[in-house]
Design a protein around this ligand. Structure first.
Ligand SMILES: *Cc1c(COP(=O)(O)O)cnc(C)c1O
Length: 385
């Protein structure tokens, strides 16, 4: 229905017509595992068992597909389950090229789970297109891009890397968790699959763990849907309902995340206590031009390196009152992460050092609280270093 409408209208309505039996405006939570069959083997539409399909999930999947300009979406019980679903389409001997600065859990699933099954992977700095092309082999079946990356917020040229992958016959996936479909639509830039941890901005309230995959490709969708059902890491109807409630405000929340993210980045860049700030919206960002080309705005994630040691960094973190020290990101509340100790502890120390994840590096997820309070909180914590 509303697929030609603008983003905010799709966010509120796509996939959700009033319930035909009652007129309920909000999609009901269909807490059922199974469905009555009038005669064996005959059932309504696609509904025979809730691992395979559930009406609340169908509504969410249609909504998410509309937000990514996709034809199909599949949802999962976590972002990692969505990634695992894609990896199940590969077989032993296949090779994957992955950007170097990926989410810690993404690195772990490649390195500790699928490598054992014979799927090789090579990590490469995808801001370097020559190095990316050189990492492809005759066995490369898939390219995994995350942009902006986590936690260094490198911006990868999706179209350029997709062209490199397609020239080798590989399919190209983009983890769009940090940007969200509000800021960037990888499928329109040539990607074959978009993946999300809906735990983050899509959920937006730090109350849900979930994942999603979107594609325009019918055949790829059918293969992924097979694994979604066969492996079975599907979300509950209740989680789907909460996510439907979340996507209705995605555009409004993202506007504020972007506005405040920029304000905090500018403030930090001007501080003598801060060695460097990474924010794709700052002209000082090394890939600012690519960010301007493929993103509509620059999001709420800000990474900074304090001009101090680990002890000073701890004093800064412990002095914060509005920002909460916690893993995760993308919620309405501001969070702060120390990647080396927290989210990226599973990345070997040597590789962390190589990537530039120093002990004084901090990642902010700027929430939607009043910007004056966020600024005052950071000013106060900087004075505690
Ligand atoms: C959190 C996250 C994931 C993993 O998602 P879960 O929902 O925690 O399983 C994957 N990619 C990125 C970029 C993330 O931030």
């Amino acid at each position: 229905m509303h697929n030609d409408a603008h983003f905010g209208t799709r966010a509120v309505h796509a996939g959700q017509a009033p319930d035909p039996s009652t007129g309920a405006v909000m999609t009901p939570i269909y807490m059922t595992s199974t469905y009555a069959q009038p005669t064996p083997g005959e059932f309504k539409g696609e509904y025979d068992y809730s691992r395979s399909a559930n009406p609340t999930r169908t509504a969410l999947e249609a909504n998410l597909a509309a937000l990514e300009n996709a034809n199909h979406a599949l949802t999962f019980s976590s972002g990692c389950a969505a990634l695992a679903c894609i990896l199940h389409t590969l077989t032993s001997g296949d090779h994957v090229v992955v950007c170097d600065d990926v989410y810690g859990g993404t690195f772990r699933i490649y390195d500790k789970v699928f490598k054992q099954l014979g799927i090789d992977f090579t990590q490469v700095d995808m801001t370097d297109l020559n190095a990316t092309a050189a990492a492809m082999t005759d066995r490369t079946k898939m390219v995994w891009i995350e942009t902006p990356t986590n936690p260094l917020l490198k911006v990868i040229d999706i179209k350029a890397v997709a062209d490199i992958g397609h020239a080798k016959g590989a399919f190209v996936c983009v983890d769009n968790t940090f940007a969200t479909p509000y800021l960037q639509n990888p499928l329109d830039l040539g990607a074959d699959i978009v993946s999300h941890s809906s735990t983050k901005y899509i959920g937006g309230h730090s109350d849900i763990v979930g994942g999603a995959l979107m594609t325009k490709d019918d055949e790829l969708h059918e293969r992924l849907k097979f694994y979604q059902n066969a492996v079975g890491a599907t979300p509950s109807a209740f989680d789907c309902f909460l996510l439907l409630r979340s996507t209705k405000t995605l555009h409004v929340r993202m506007q504020r995340h972007c506005e405040s993210g920029r304000a905090i980045a500018e403030m930090l860049e001007a501080s003598s206590k801060v060695k460097s700030v990474v924010y794709p919206g700052l002209p000082s960002h090394p890939q600012h031009e690519i960010a301007k080309k493929q993103m509509r705005d620059f999001g709420g994630m800000v990474t900074l390196t304090l001009d101090t040691d680990l002890a000073g960094t701890r004093r800064f973190l412990e002095a914060l009152r509005v920002f909460t020290i916690a893993e995760s990101l993308g919620g309405v509340e501001s969070l702060v992460d120390h990647p080396a100790i927290m989210t990226h502890a599973s990345v070997p120390a040597e590789q962390r050092a190589q990537l530039g994840i120093a002990d004084s590096l901090i990642r902010l997820s700027v929430g939607i609280e009043d910007i004056a309070d966020l600024k005052a909180d950071i000013e106060h914590a900087l004075s505690a270093i």
